[in-house]
Write a protein that binds this ligand. Structure first.
Ligand SMILES: Nc1ncnc2c1ncn2[C@@H]1O[C@H](COP(=O)(O)OP(=O)(O)OP(=O)(O)O)[C@@H](O)[C@H]1O
Length: 234
């Protein structure tokens, strides 16, 4: 579904992505892991066409994404920090997104708007929202157009425990429908029940990409956090 071939991205002297080749497929829920600054967000942004790699290529369903923007309608993206027109209300932002996508025939998925009770906050302006509520708006928008691929960058950061569980339930539901989900998080304990594969980066390089079951078998650990810790010490 998404294939990167030898992608490299440098910022000045820094290699944020160093020769990354990988294939992400339908039905997988992949944890993109690695220390701060290892290149996870740069990889995500490259897949989204927001960062252009210096070398290599990226394909979405067999077609190169170079200047091809249509594929983006099949991807729901939840950024680490959502930036919105600050004077708009939540309702305005959601309506604006629906308007941009008005030709789309997709069934709107408003599950999260309901489960987060955002209805009551619709008239609040974006600049007045708490960090967690802003995060909920980002989550609702990522899922709204029922995309085949979900890219979630630290999705539960700033969410209270109840909201975090609601979002995880929603991710599980979409995974069970066979969607491709890429997710970054530094809270490894919350990924145990969600993910099928682990993609681990360091200093812009791919260190390993394997099934969670394989990682557990290799390390003899049941918990993702312990398995990663063991690999990093070895
Ligand atoms: N636009 C940019 N200009 C210059 N350097 C950048 C830019 N974007 C990212 N970088 C650098 O590239 C490296 C990788 O950053 P990236 O945001 O991809 O890391 P990350 O793995 O997502 O980190 P975190 O876990 O902290 O979110 C970092 O050293 C970062 O400072």
């Amino acid at each position: 579904m998404i294939v990167t071939k030898n992608i490299t991205k440098t910022f000045g002297k820094l290699k944020a992505l160093n020769d990354i080749s990988v294939s992400f497929n339908k039905g997988e829920c992949i944890a993109l892991l690695g220390p701060n600054g290892c290149g996870k967000t740069t990889l995500i942004k490259s897949i989204l066409g927001m960062v252009v790699p210096d070398k290599g290529s990226i394909e979405f369903n067999g077609r190169t994404i170079n200047r091809e923007w249509l594929y983006r309608s099949q991807v729901g993206y939840m950024p680490q920090i959502g930036r919105y027109p600050e004077n708009m209300t939540i309702a305005n932002v959601i309506e604006m997104m629906k308007d941009i996508r008005k030709d789309s025939k997709v069934h709107l998925d408003e599950d999260l708007i309901q489960s987060f009770d955002l209805g009551a906050l619709m008239n609040k302006k974006m600049h007045t929202l708490s960090g967690g509520t802003r995060q909920k708006v980002s989550a609702c928008l990522a899922f709204l157009f029922n995309p085949d691929v979900l890219i979630l960058d630290e999705p539960t950061a700033g969410l209270d425990p109840v909201s975090s569980e609601k979002l995880k339930d929603k991710i599980l539901l979409e995974k069970e429908k066979g969607k491709l989900i890429l997710i970054t998080s530094h809270v490894l304990s919350e990924l145990d029940d969600l993910i099928t594969e682990v993609f681990y980066m360091q200093d812009g390089r791919l260190m390993f990409y394997k099934k969670l079951s394989e990682l557990k078998a290799d390390t003899g650990e049941e918990k993702l956090s312990k398995a990663i810790a063991k690999i990093m010490v070895a």
